[in-house]
Write a protein that binds this ligand. Sequence first.
Ligand code: GLU
Length: 332
Amino acid sequence: MANQDLKRRIHVLGTGGTIAGAQSDSRHLGYTAATYGIDWLLNAVPGLHDLAILTGEQLVNIGSQDMDDRIWLQLARRVDELLSTPAVDAVLITHGTDTLEETAYFLSLVIASPKPVVLVGSMRPATALGADGPANIYNGVALATDARAAGRGTLLCLDGEIHRPRHVTKAGTMSSNAFCSSPAGLAGVVLAGRVEWFEVAGAARAHCFSIAGRDELPRVDIIYAYPGMSADLIDSLVAAGTRGLVIAGVGAGNINRSAIARLSAAVANGIPVVRSSRVARPMVFRNAEVNDDHHGFVAARDLNPGKSRVLLQLALTVSTDAGRIQEYFERC
Ligand code: GLU
């Protein structure tokens, strides 16, 4: 057990999800996410309080399908506030897995502090046979206390793997190993609280945006492409007041001819368009099959549609210029 004076102080923010979920019977499939509060979760992990001095706070208690811009802004402000005091060395966030990658990416773009921010979730509810939440919280706290985690930005810790927000995605709905990182790879692994880094410190991206004074984000919508898709979808979103569009294109961010024409018109009317892809491992390069220079589109590179939407929302707080937005997609 670490000397109390040497222990790091980790503040844990609870937001809900399966990690806080409960079943009426541990043999049943059905459960209710976001049932237990953060204090219950922290006390349910054996040995956790030996790793760090822990304080907990329930920010919200929701299934992460109900996460939205307002809660993201509230969460980011609270993280900033906590990390700005010497009384907190790192923040751990418990979160549902459905939109975990979007929340993590959002935080990575707006939090400036070099202190660690670690997100954890779980695939099985707290009452399930073989619940994965306790190990994920234990490893997440161990990661948050690791001195080498500083300066690496926001990280995710699930099933013993350390992921970076830009590269991670939820790739399954069943096993505890549901999260995958793109070919860019894992940042490291954690086994029983022991952290092994695969990359040298300093590889993290700098935060790109300030949310100071902002209480909402521009509306950005995603359009999922499919054979025979109607361009009417684009018209409806433009009529509904969308400020930017992300295409979950087929293959390398492709969309049919009529949709391209309508999207090109949207760009001409001041609505930026980002081409991402619906494939499992996206990589959309500029000017491959689509002439992005001609239409004024932005290519999402390795960002999937959900995270492209997060980045476009924040980019629109600065500029609607396609060139400037493309730079954010390269750098952030
Ligand atoms: N849909 C819920 C959520 O994302 C539960 C899924 C989970 O946490 O694994 O919060």
